[in-house]
Design a binder for this molecule. Structure first.
Ligand code: PDD
Length: 291
């Protein structure tokens, strides 16, 4: 897998670039103790960041919602993100950043205001050819009850329900799990936003309220859909409707647009990736910002 095997990986940890295998945080880091932190994952393509501005804006929003400080200015953060990508020689992959409320003696309430937030940045290559093969085949998803807290619009590192959902998918031979609320409505995937295409070709995804993460890929894809003149309906859809949809797909920074060809073992449409999902996957980067 290219760069990872030939270059020793480097991580940025609280002001230092260090060897990935030696990179560590304090045992009383609040991210470790309480999952008291937030994160972002940004696509790296041709060595450049995709939609960095939108990811950093969402980071600032997540931090503000949790009354946490930015660990540095956006300009400085941009330098660290690019430098971490460069030092790891990532051409195509992801850059990950995590900010926590810092290190303090364990106590649930916030630590002293002068506590310095922790910042970790890592980058790694993804196998582009394997991703393309997967997109050509499409993926299977399962559905699971949405048992998460009420503020999943905040990109918090508290991901235990997502971890369990993804593992359940894995154990059933699927790649993703879709969370379904008590009313039978699909909220989103364990690490993706969920979409369907109806029989008349309308693209449907649920509105971004507190029940889903407002994906950056989702935001940019909405622009692509509008500019391509496709019909869009931003509304909730049920599992039953998804079973009968013509197409389905998921979106995220690492998978862009990934066609879904099975839901709970039932084929979606003709059981192959649909033309809308495939077309949007091809078009996506024309609408993205490169930095
Ligand atoms: N996941 N919904 C959830 C629950 C997510 O975790 C993600 C992102 C998305 C899509 O957001 P975006 O388009 O901004 O990547 C939706 C990242 C990639 C992850 O956890 O690895």
């Amino acid at each position: 897998m290219g760069a990872d095997s030939t270059v020793s990986r480097i991580a940025y940890v609280n002001g230092r670039y260090c060897r990935h295998r030696e990179a560590s945080v304090h045992v009383e880091d609040r991210g470790y103790q309480f999952a008291d932190g937030v994160y972002e994952v940004c696509e790296v393509r041709g060595g450049a960041l995709i939609d960095e501005r939108l990811h950093v804006e969402r980071l600032q929003r997540s931090l503000a919602e949790l009354k946490m400080r930015m660990p540095m200015t956006t300009a400085a953060l941009s330098v660290v993100l690019h430098e971490t990508v460069r030092r790891n020689r990532v051409r195509n992959g992801i850059v990950y950043l995590q900010v926590t409320r810092g290190v303090a003696r364990r106590d649930h309430a916030f630590p002293a205001p002068e506590t310095i937030p922790s910042l970790v940045v890592t980058a790694r290559s993804l196998d582009v050819a394997a991703n393309e093969r997967q997109a050509a085949d499409g993926i299977a998803v399962i559905t699971v009850p949405d048992n998460r807290w009420g503020r999943v619009d905040i990109k918090s590192v508290a991901l235990l329900p997502n971890v369990l959902a993804k593992q359940a998918a894995r154990e059933q031979g699927a790649k993703e799990a879709w969370f379904v609320d008590a009313g039978g409505v699909v909220t989103e995937g364990s690490s993706t936003n969920a979409w369907i295409v109806t029989a008349d070709g309308t693209v449907v995804t649920r509105p971004a309220d507190h029940a889903i993460l407002r994906g950056i890929t989702r935001t940019v894809l909405l622009k692509a859909i509008a500019e391509q003149g496709l019909r869009l309906d931003e509304r909730p859809f049920s599992v039953e409707e998804a079973y009968g949809a013509r197409e389905a797909f998921v979106t995220s920074a690492s998978q862009i647009v990934m066609p879904v060809v099975r839901i709970d073992g039932r084929p979606v449409g003709n059981g192959h990736p649909g033309s809308v999902a495939t077309g949007l996957r091809e078009a996506f980067h024309r609408y993205a910002e490169i930095s």
